[in-house]
Design a protein around this ligand. Structure first.
Ligand code: ADP
Ligand code: ZN
Length: 435
């Protein structure tokens, strides 16, 4: 029988016991940070909080927040809580929204991170009988190293492909019968597209499951990938500041990701006021690392917008779940005063039978925002008749207007004209230079 959990006791721990474990870890962690990270000690002193004030997880709200700006301020060593001699690894963010930040790991930290990834792989049915193709980038980016470590822990035969070189990815996938693939959802869609062009049908592909994350993706995109590759597509979430992928992972229910809350305590706050919101509210996700040694961020504001839920899960895990993040507070475009998330555009496109190959271009001309969406025609929809193109553009623009409340200018483009991503896709080009 398939193994269902990687660390059953933790993954199915009753809430009361989990709270006790989290509280014990937090008390120790706050002391560790206060004594070893002058930057955070100052923040605590400014707020008038002492380590003794933190007796359990219920006191967490007393601690100050950390933001990406703090990380940039403190770059590179300002938040380090262990001597460099005790650290064994550095990773870095992708720099999607600005200057990169670096994170440090002791061997203990690497172990707990890889355990989290191993939980994710096990949750999608991974065992030592699987061949796990890791097509996230390797190197400073956390995707490759994290899943690689998790795959080893589960005992899968690991194919460390890294991203790119799609033809070779496919050749190895077929020759070595890869059964699990890990990459960004946009790269998974591209691999699917290439396989289709090469004449493969979903049933010819040896994969059974995919673990996709590192960027926002919609339910519609999940369905598209599942259909093309003939697999189950699971979400995985994480960020370099907390470790990397594996902070949260999806199980067989595919209705949100279980947070590895024995290591990362999650709160949802109102991004405007910092107030902690009750379970079920939509807001900004904040993580406290409970037992990382080298780079233990307390109350780190991720800027990711989502919802938490303790609803009972059919997989038996008791770990709290987070919904698919809608995007980041800083991904959200404000166009003509209206909030627009790229994920909303993606939903419209996929509902209308397009592929997730699009780019949003925003500019400001004479104090007015311009809002254009470039969309590729699929091979099936391709036409060079101007009247047909105009009619199709209108259908899309109308559907977007209904979804968003504002009218974009849609440009249909020839198939293959938008650059494919092997890592995180670039969906937005904002030329307004508002910051
Ligand atoms: P950067 O902030 O430079 O992109 P990271 O590579 O550490 O740095 O990326 C972490 C971010 O990626 C998260 O904060 C989140 O916005 C996004 N992300 C990661 N996994 C997912 C996911 N499954 N769904 C949506 N967004 C995700
Ligand atoms: Zn579950």
């Amino acid at each position: 029988m398939e193994q269902k959990y990687y660390q059953k006791e933790i993954e199915t721990m009753p809430l009361e016991e989990m709270r006790k474990l989290q509280s014990e870890k937090l008390v120790k962690q706050v002391k560790h940070v206060y004594e070893n990270v002058p930057y955070y000690k100052n923040l605590m002193d400014e707020k008038g909080v002492k380590p003794e004030d933190i007796q359990s997880i219920d006191d967490l709200h007393k601690l100050p927040f950390l933001t990406k700006a703090d990380l940039r301020d403190a770059y590179p060593y300002g938040l380090l809580a262990k001597p460099l001699e005790d650290c064994v690894r550095i990773q870095s963010t992708s720099g999607t929204t600005g200057r990169r930040v670096v994170a440090f790991y002791t061997q203990h930290d690497i172990d707990l991170w890889e355990d989290c990834c191993a939980r994710a792989i096990t949750a999608v049915g991974g065992t030592n009988k699987d061949v796990c193709q890791v097509a996230y980038g390797y190197g400073l980016f956390t995707g490759g190293p994290g899943l690689n470590g998790g795959s080893h822990k589960v005992g899968c035969l690991t194919l460390p492909m890294s991203s790119g070189n799609t033809e070779r990815q496919i050749q190895f996938m077929m020759d070595l019968q890869a059964s699990i693939i890990c990459c960004t959802p946009s790269y998974a869609a591209y691999i699917g597209e290439t396989l289709k062009e090469m004449g493969y049908k979903p049933e010819d592909i040896p994969l059974k499951a995919g673990i996709f994350g590192a960027e926002p993706w919609t339910e519609e995109m999940r369905q598209g990938i599942e259909k093309t590759l003939g697999i189950k597509a699971y979400d995985i979430y994480g960020l370099t500041e907390t470790t990397g992928p594996g902070v949260a992972f999806e199980c067989s229910e595919q209705t949100g990701m279980h947070i590895n809350e024995d290591h990362f305590f999650a709160e949802i706050i109102d991004p405007a006021t910092g107030e902690v919101l009750p379970e079920g509210s939509k807001g900004e996700l904040v993580f406290t690392s409970l037992d990382k040694e080298a780079f233990p961020l307390l109350r780190y504001r991720t800027r990711d917008i989502c919802v938490l839920s303790r609803k009972k899960c059919s997989c038996g895990r008791t770990l709290i779940k987070m919904a698919k993040p809608m995007g980041r507070t800083d991904d959200m475009l404000i166009i003509r005063g209206v909030n627009v998330f790229p994920s909303q555009i993606e939903t419209v496109l996929l509902n209308q039978g397009y592929e997730p190959n699009y780019q949003i271009v925003v500019d400001r001309v004479s104090n007015n925002d311009t809002f254009e969406v470039n969309v590729e025609m699929t091979a099936e929809k391709f036409t060079d008749k101007v009247s047909e193109i105009l009619a199709m553009e209108k259908v899309l623009a109308d559907a977007m207007k209904t979804m968003l409340g504002i009218n974009p200018k849609v440009h249909l483009m020839a198939p293959k004209s938008i650059t494919r991503s092997e890592g995180k896709a670039v969906r937005v080009i904002d030329k307004r230079k508002l910051i």
